[in-house]
Ligand binder design. Structure first.
Ligand code: HEM
Length: 179
């Protein structure tokens, strides 16, 4: 996983829980990187899982809410690098459809080592969008947080729920959005 995600995650934890919590989590995990992350490097996916599991114990929050809150916190940083690809987009669903069709494609063109989830879309009604999330990483709650961040960006309210989830043994997640 890109170092930028780890760097953003450490900033989020430091801001919300304090530097001591981040340092304690790193001290208690055996990490190949020793917890030193550079934005442009790639690190083992399981380091993120190891750290977030430790942080859930240290903070008393669930892994789901840590991922979701981090996604919402991190969205503006991701959006700032994507704006040039989506200048004409004005609403949440149009934007979310562009994530798989445009944004993540551009991410992988710029960095061949980047790995992003595959997202499929179904829009049964104009105010409902169902996103199928497929990834080796099981970061669907991070995806939920990014979606909440995107809703804030477009000044729209959205309810988010999952009817199937990789974390519960299903082979993909179904993220249902209703505006
Ligand atoms: C609501 C919108 C978005 C959603 C739902 C989404 C979803 C995700 C998720 C869940 C991941 C974690 C990896 C995984 O699950 O396999 C990810 C990774 C990533 N996304 Fe997105 N994303 C969104 C917007 C963006 C934007 C605006 C950018 C800006 C360029 C972006 C760039 C990236 C990058 C660089 C990674 C890390 C790739 C790596 O570690 O190799 N995403 N995305």
């Amino acid at each position: 996983m890109k170092g930028a995600i780890f760097v953003g995650f450490s900033a989020f934890i430091e801001e919300k829980y304090g530097l001591a919590v981040w340092v304690t989590a790193l001290d208690q995990c055996e990490l190949k990187s020793n917890g030193v992350y550079l934005s442009t490097e790639i690190y083992d996916d399981n380091e993120f899982e190891t750290i977030i599991t430790k942080l859930a114990t240290l903070t008393g929050s669930s892994i789901e809410s840590l991922q979701r809150d981090f996604g919402q916190y991190f969205f503006p940083q991701l959006m700032s690098i994507a704006l040039k690809h989506i200048e004409k987009i004005t609403n949440l669903f149009e934007f979310l459809i562009a994530v798989d069709n445009v944004i993540h494609i551009e991410v992988k063109k710029a960095d061949h080592l980047a790995y992003t989830p595959t997202l499929f879309y179904d829009q049964p009604k104009s105010n409902v969008l169902i996103m199928r999330y497929v990834s080796k990483r099981k970061m669907c709650y991070f995806a939920e947080g990014l979606i909440l961040g995107a809703a804030q960006h477009f000044n729209q309210s959205v309810s988010v729920s999952q009817t199937q989830c990789l974390c519960k043994g299903d082979d993909h997640c179904l993220i249902r959005l209703e505006t």
